[in-house]
Design a protein around this ligand. Structure first.
Ligand code: FAD
Length: 476
């Protein structure tokens, strides 16, 4: 009898352990993807993720077609849809790769139990991480709360598993069950189409993922250690959405990078820093797995009494990139235009929201959730807590990013600001991160009128810094 393979965050045919296991049964395989907006609650796909999902499923559907199979699309509550489909096709087994956020773990456990009660065998595999969160423990047992020892422990685990061979052909049943039509799901924006800028920078799908990795390994990796902090350069891999949707696995990345290092094609010092970022992702997954309330509650207990402010007006200025701080506004506008933001600038805008504006990190996290194409339950949650100073191994709260010096240091010529904050395009580098200090004639020549063509700073840096420190004193 046929077996069911449930695609979730593993939209690929290469190195897909659970799909490989389904095929290895020798039975016809029915692959399904379920658009479930019920089970995740707040963590349902955000708008930018929906755009990506559409494109990625479209590409996966084509790949499956070439492999002689058909992707079955269904929409609704997975705990009802999967058993119904199992019954429809008379499946004896179900296969999936594991997930790690609280709602996912709970949903998968419950579904597994109900399927097994009906004598359906469920096989789950690790297709998302180098190691399972429970495989990396401190010497005294339990998870790590600090990254460096976690990274050491990860490296001392021994060999990362081999990649699973790519799938070229999938035998299916003589008749596939009915499928929804992808376009009926209306995942793409229409009026207005705010995703036009996405098309210019992204190629969702497995092929796009591999070419992003190859492009990165063909050049940028050689100077990754320095350039990874430069938003004005093309210094990082841009693999994050591909990794989030599982169009590529960290295991594939690990082996490709390691092989290039061994062959002398990538400097060890640079490749190793890149792999340590892949390990930060593993660390985030370990954190959310062992702290399932982390998307709601600060890991550090004392922060649960922090006097966060709630101001729609301030939040709106931040979201729209109208804070009057050029590097912050450039980041927020990059996010809006491309569905992605450079890591250094994510830290700058995150710190600005939490410390300069004293707004709740959860408000920032949810905006990122809606607007990032790489919105990821583990990385987003862990990174927001890190920047807010309330998470594991966090930047101390009282270390407050100075948006002017961050800009001057990491975007020294102002190219990044110029690209996204067009109204400042003609300002010379010397003044681009501090337009309020520029002489009047310089502003005039550049066509900048503060408060009219570009906002005045919405808060005074020194004062905001002091307010943040005072707020911190109140919980210390
Ligand atoms: P590269 O530098 O090429 O790194 C390769 C991969 O390593 C990334 O794709 C990512 O999977 C992982 N990685 C890199 N940096 C980190 C990090 N600090 N923490 C965890 N994993 C990392 N990343 C997401 O994938 N999804 C998110 O929702 C997300 N939200 C963030 C929110 C804030 C406030 C901050 C400060 C960071 C966030 N990050 C998030 C982490 C990081 O900014 C992105 O992973 C990175 O910018 C993606 O670009 P890249 O693929 O070119 O990274």
């Amino acid at each position: 009898s046929p077996v069911l393979f449930w695609f979730r965050q593993d939209l690929r045919l290469d190195d897909n352990p659970a799909l490989r296991a389904a095929i290895d049964t020798g039975q016809p395989v029915v692959p399904v993807f379920v658009l479930d907006d019920v089970t995740p609650g707040d963590m349902a796909y955000g708008s930018a993720s929906r755009w990506w999902l559409h494109k990625s499923l479209d590409s996966l559907g084509e790949q499956l077609k070439s492999a002689g199979s058909t992707l079955v699309l269904r929409r609704g509550d997975a705990k009802e849809i999967i058993p119904k489909l199992v019954q429809e096709i008379g499946a004896s087994q179900v296969f999936w790769n594991r997930r790690y956020a609280k709602w996912q773990v709970e949903a998968d456990k419950a579904l597994k139990k109900s399927l097994e009660d009906d004598e359906i065998r469920v096989t789950s595999c690790n297709g998302r991480l180098l190691y399972e969160p429970w495989d990396i423990e401190t010497k005294s047992g339990g998870p790590y709360r600090v990254f460096t020892p976690f990274w050491k422990a990860l490296k001392s685990q021994g060999n990362v598993r081999d990649t699973v061979t790519a799938i070229r052909k999938i035998d299916g049943p003589s008749r596939y069950p009915a499928t929804d039509t992808l376009s009926d799901w209306a995942l793409l924006p229409t009026k207005p189409n705010w995703a036009k800028g996405f098309e210019e920078v992204w190629e969702p799908g497995e092929k796009g993922a591999m070419s992003a990795l190859r492009n990165f390994l063909d050049g940028p990796v050689d100077s990754y250690k320095d350039d990874r902090n430069r938003p004005d350069r093309n210094g990082t891999s841009r693999l994050s959405p591909h990794l989030h949707f599982g169009e590529i696995s960290p295991v594939q990345i690990w082996h490709l990078v390691r092989n290039k290092i061994s062959a002398g094609e990538v400097p060890d010092s640079q490749g190793d820093v890149f792999l340590s970022e892949i390990a930060w992702r593993e660390f985030s997954y370990s954190l959310i797995y062992f702290n399932p309330e982390m998307h709601k509650k600060e890991l550090m207990e004392k922060f649960r009494d922090f006097p966060w402010e709630h101001s729609e007006k301030k939040l709106e200025a931040w979201k729209k990139g109208q804070t009057g701080y050029p590097i912050v506004d450039a980041g927020m506008r990059q996010l809006w235009r491309e569905g992605w933001m450079h890591n250094r600038i994510r830290m700058v805008v995150g710190s600005f929201l939490v410390k300069h504006l004293l707004l709740d990190w959860r408000d920032g996290m949810m905006w990122f959730w809606d607007t990032l194409v790489d919105a990821d339950e583990a990385n987003n949650t862990a990174s927001w807590q890190w920047i807010a100073g309330c998470g594991a191994d966090a930047a101390p709260y009282f270390r407050i990013f100075n948006p002017m010096t961050q800009g001057e240091r990491f975007d020294p010529d102002g190219d990044y600001v110029r690209k996204y904050v067009e109204e400042l395009r003609d300002l010379p580098a010397k003044h681009i991160h501090t337009p309020w200090d520029a002489p009047k004639d310089v502003l005039k020549k550049a066509g900048v009128e503060l408060g009219r063509t570009y906002p005045e700073p919405m808060v005074d840096h020194k004062q905001a810094r002091q307010n943040a420190l005072d707020a911190y004193q109140s919980i210390k």
